[in-house]
Each structure stands twice: as structure tokens, then as C-alpha cells.
Write a protein that binds this ligand. Structure first.
Ligand SMILES: NC(=O)c1ccc[n+]([C@@H]2O[C@H](COP(=O)([O-])OP(=O)(O)OC[C@H]3O[C@@H](n4cnc5c(N)ncnc54)[C@H](OP(=O)(O)O)[C@@H]3O)[C@@H](O)[C@H]2O)c1
Length: 292
């Protein structure tokens, strides 16, 4: 049995990792109350106690707007917490798989971002996630950084669940139509992480480094909302479908700046796994069925 330590086990990705646990693996799945990754002693003690073969860090500070006024906590979790995990993994001689974000880029591009494109975060959250990437890659050779975008799933808070909630409360909604990105199911992220884990544990090696993974194709938040309502209505998940107004980012001010272009180039991971990234509309159908 391969033993994998999963942090942030009750988050969107953490819970999908558990649901998709492959045969031959056992998970030590700990939520923030069981393992606070900002506490070095706890991190060291958990690794010493369980002796995992691999760590998957699904823990993060993900409140993008709140981070603007709570920078210390964002950096404590997204940088310092990753540093403790990387140090613990280094001492134990095991790899760390980590998840990062499209928000490390400034969003001024017009073609999909490749792994080695220049980073330039525009928010505290993005900066804290980039700091986590940097400390991980400088501490531990055996690491995977999987950058992803617009995560949704049946568990936790996300755009799909917000849209369904608002649809039950309102007849009309305004959704931003000038930010482009790729919705990505938490379930598909978990699938990729488990495939990488299986590859590593079968061979003792992986081509370490940064990978971009998202579902496809790119769309705007407005397109995403329209598809959520179309599918939810066809499944009788909604009593009435709201009218969706397309608005600009300027008409929907938020504390954190969001990239206008968040599309990730996914060929590197597709080549490694010999598989195309999944279609988000299909992934959405599965999530809505689960919520049904
Ligand atoms: N959500 C997105 O749209 C998105 C987009 C791109 C990349 N990502 C990245 O994908 C990864 C997974 O995100 P997600 O959407 O699954 O996030 P999530 O649902 O917010 O889950 C994050 C989990 O981390 C836990 N956590 C927070 N602080 C912690 C600490 N100090 N110690 C241990 N656990 C802690 C949280 O627990 P509590 O709730 O108890 O605090 C939560 O269960 C993150 O690295 C995120 O940056 C997410």
C-alpha cells in the first residue's frame, strides 16, 4: 500500500482526492483542524508519525478578495505553510505535489500561458501563491506544481454553487463577460494528481516541475453562467432560469484585481499523461448530477 498525506482534505480538491483514491493507496487525509500547515511542529510530527510516501498539498488560503486586507494570513498559508511542507518532504526524502493558480500571471496575454512564461501577479492571493511556488522549487527538487484555474465541484464554495444559489433568489443576474479562463472540475484535478502519483510510485521518478492543467475550451464567466443555467434547467435543478446580463469587469468592482486572460496552455501535462484535458461542459454535467 502506498501512503499519501493529503492536507486541506475538506476543500474542493482535497475532498475529490479522497473520493477518487486509487486502489493500492491509503490516504492520511487531514483538514485544517487536524493539520495546520502554518505550524511547523505539527507538520514535522505528522510526517514522522505516518511516514507517507508522498504529500499532496490541497490546503490553501483561497479567499481572493479577503486576501487584499489579510495579506499576513494569505502568505502564512500559501508561502510559509508550503515551506514547512517542502522542508518536511525534503527531510523525509519524499515528493510534494502542490496546486497553484493562473493568478500568478497578470492576464495581459492573448494566447494561452505556458509554464515558463513570465509571472506577474496582480493580487495578494496571486503573489502569495507565487511565493509558495518559489519556496517549494528552491527547497525541494522532487516537486510538482500544478497550476489550475476556475475550480468547481460538488463540495465547497465555487462559481457553480453561487450561480445556483443566486438563481433561486433572483430573476436577473449580471455576470462579467470580459474575463477569459478555463473552468476546471476539482474531480479532474484530483484525477491528474492521482495519475502522477501512480506514475511516480511505479517508477520512483517523474519529470519534476511546473505543469498547467485546466479543462477546455476557454470561455468567459458569462458563458460559464449561461451553460450552468442551461444544464441545470434541463435537469430540473432550477424552478426558473434567471435572465443573465453580460457586464464588464469595470461594472463589477472587487477588492482584488482579476486577470482578463487566464487561459493556461496545457500541452505539457497532456504530453506527460498522454491524454487531452477534459471538456468542462461534460465535467459540469457530472457535478450538477452529483448536486441533484
Ligand atoms: N478555487 C479556485 O478557483 C482555484 C483556482 C486556481 C487554483 N486554485 C488552487 O487549488 C488548490 C485547491 O483549492 P480549492 O478550491 O480546493 O480550495 P478550498 O476549497 O478553499 O480548500 C482549501 C482548504 O485548505 C484548508 N486550509 C486553509 N488554511 C489551512 C491551513 N493553515 N492548514 C491546513 N489547511 C488549511 C481549508 O480549510 P478551512 O476551510 O478549514 O480553512 C480548505 O479546506 C489551492 O492551492 C488553490 O490555490 C484554486
Amino acid at each position: 500500500m502506498h501512503k499519501v498525506l493529503i492536507t486541506g482534505a475538506k476543500g474542493q480538491v482535497g475532498s475529490e482526492l479522497l473520493k477518487a483514491l486509487p486502489k493500492g493507496f491509503t490516504a492520511i487525509a487531514l483538514d485544517s483542524t487536524e493539520l495546520n500547515i502554518t505550524d511547523q511542529q505539527q507538520v514535522t510530527a505528522v510526517i514522522a508519525q505516518h511516514k507517507p510516501d508522498l504529500i499532496i498539498n490541497a490546503a490553501a488560503y483561497t479567499a481572493v478578495d479577503k486576501a487584499e486586507s489579510d495579506s499576513a494570513t494569505a502568505f502564512a498559508v500559501n508561502e510559509q505553510g508550503v515551506a514547512w511542507l517542502a522542508q518536511g518532504a525534503q527531510e523525509a526524502g519524499i515528493p510534494l505535489f502542490h496546486i497553484s493558480t493562473d493568478y500568478v500571471f497578470d492576464g495581459n496575454a492573448t494566447t494561452p500561458y505556458k509554464e515558463n512564461d513570465p509571472v506577474n501577479p496582480q493580487s495578494i492571493y496571486g503573489a502569495s501563491k507565487l511565493a509558495g511556488e518559489q519556496i517549494l522549487s528552491s527547497t525541494l527538487n522532487q516537486h510538482i506544481i500544478l497550476r489550475t484555474s476556475w475550480v468547481f465541484g460538488a463540495t465547497g464554495n465555487n462559481f457553480v454553487k453561487t450561480m445556483l444559489r443566486l438563481a433561486a433568489e433572483r430573476d436577473e443576474l449580471s455576470v462579467v463577460a470580459d474575463q477569459y479562463g478555463c473552468p476546471t472540475s476539482a474531480n479532474s484535478i484530483a484525477g491528474v494528481l492521482w495519475q502522477l502519483a501512480q506514475m511516480y510510485l511505479a517508477s520512483g521518478h517523474l519529470p519534476w516541475g511546473v505543469y498547467h492543467f485546466s479543462n477546455s475550451p476557454a470561455c468567459t464567466w458569462y458563458d460559464f453562467a449561461c451553460e450552468i443555467f442551461k444544464q441545470a434547467a434541463s435537469m430540473q435543478l432550477l424552478e426558473t432560469v434567471p435572465t443573465v446580463q453580460a457586464i464588464t469587469t469595470a461594472e463589477y468592482p472587487t477588492a482584488a484585481h482579476r486577470p482578463a486572460w487566464s487561459v493556461l496552455h496545457t500541452e505539457k501535462i497532456e504530453h506527460l499523461l498522454q491524454a487531452k484535458t477534459p471538456n468542462w461542459q461534460q465535467q459540469l454535467r457530472q457535478v450538477l448530477q452529483e448536486l441533484h
